[in-house]
Design a protein around this ligand. Structure first.
Ligand code: FE
Length: 200
């Protein structure tokens, strides 16, 4: 028996996508290699390592950080980080006073050019509902207990604007290089469901 005979049946969405792809390819509207290239790009080449590099630079370069907070779209586009699902970017900074959390209550809008494709939990209904109803409780589920005095601010992404959290730079990282700092910036810390930490 071949491997393919054991595959799970395709979902309705998968079937529709496949049907559309076949039709568009057949009609010469799209070319399969181009499509494969786009999928490969977002699945394998773009990912949280890009966001981590941006955060590490912001932590070490005050002028870059100021520009990033002022106009993220332009500053990121300068670095080549723009395109599908990320041409209008806003970077929000975590401080002792404010912790930012990003959600898309309608679907799964996410800043592709800097974080890649969203994780499954980001797309789930419970996550999207709880982020609004009980953000502090949601963060606790992610293992993040914030001090009372830290306010939680929730940002609802949409087709227009995508948010990236600039996590707090942890204490004890004063002597670390930009490259070393990159390593401690997790995907979750840039969505706001985690923090950058030395203990990983
Ligand atoms: Fe969405």
């Amino acid at each position: 028996m071949t491997e393919s005979s054991h595959r799970a049946p395709l979902s309705d969405v998968q079937l529709r996508v496949r049907a559309l792809e076949s039709l568009l390819t057949e009609k010469g509207v799209v070319n399969r290699e181009t499509l494969d290239g786009i999928v490969d790009h977002y699945e394998n080449k773009v990912g949280p390592h890009i966001g981590a590099a941006i955060v590490a630079r912001a932590w070490t370069d005050p002028e870059f950080k100021a520009r990033l907070l002022e106009d993220a779209s332009a500053t990121l586009a300068e670095q080549g980080y723009t395109g599908i699902e990320g041409s209008h970017m806003v970077v929000v900074e975590n401080t002792d006073a404010v912790h930012n959390l990003v959600v898309c209550t309608l679907c799964s809008c996410y800043p592709w050019p800097v974080l890649g494709l969203p994780p499954n939990w980001y797309k789930s209904t419970p996550f999207r509902a709880k982020a609004v109803r009980d953000p502090r409780g949601l963060l606790r589920e992610f293992g993040l207990e914030l001090p009372e005095e830290t306010a939680v601010r929730v940002w609802d992404s949409n087709a227009e604007i995508r948010y990236l959290v600039l996590p707090k730079r942890p204490e004890g990282t004063e002597n670390m290089s930009e490259a070393e700092l990159q390593e401690i910036v997790t995907r979750d810390s840039m969505v706001g469901t985690g923090q950058a930490t030395l203990e990983q």
